[in-house]
Design a binder for this molecule. Sequence first.
Ligand code: BGC
Length: 269
Amino acid sequence: MEISLHNQVAVITGASSGIGTGIAKSIASAGAAVVVNHSSERSTDEAKAVLKEITDAGGKGITYQCDVSKEDQVVKMFQDVISEFGTVDILINNAGIQKDSKFTEMTIDQWNAVIGVNLTGQFLCAREAIKEFLRRGIDPSRSVACGKIIHISSVHEIIPWAGHANYASSKGAIRMLMQTLAQEYGADKIRVNSICPGAIQTPINKSAWETPEALNSLLSLIPYNRIGQPQDIGNLAAFLASDLADYITGTSIFVDGGMTTFESFSTGG
Ligand code: BGC
């Protein structure tokens, strides 16, 4: 059994670092052309380095700067990608940020920034992707589905998270966005799912793993007793985007080493 995404084009948002990079590499190694999206001028070199790793390994793609929270930029990104590659088959809605704060001190800017990227960004990209899927229709030389969307959510779509109300709210909302789209476009053969990562070793949660003390306390929340790696998410993303997963739609899959078993209950309750 081989995961094949040959002949397909995938947009991966927030792919210049962390989980997005892991996903871009997996999707490219399964044969799709990848759009390594990054949010700003500052992340250009990182995005280029990711693309170089991909092309050195025999993959293909481009980098593309676009802030997913901005409607005009998202619309233009999809137009440009479609004129470059002809169409889009797979959207990995990955770009996400944290702006943590005690709730009573949370500013409107912290709230809006997180909702803007994590939720509005996923809405805008999904809308443009679905429009393109419907325009193209099913092409069996590419996939039996008309298009695939994978939302990158979090264990915090179900685990409340004190000090992170904006982030947890954005992830809880992604679940309903994902399920609604799966319901609305199922008959069109568009598959929509979420991956919910637990603690994956990336820049976003550096403070949770950079010292042995922090890592130990993090591991006490993870039955499988290791921190996750971007590839753990990339592996599932490639499978979910492929026709091997053709009967999977409208669901959230947790990749978290058991974090959502609520490890603290192993000795209490
Ligand atoms: C967050 C990380 C956190 C993990 C588990 C993720 O969604 O971005 O900062 O370590 O959830 O709590």
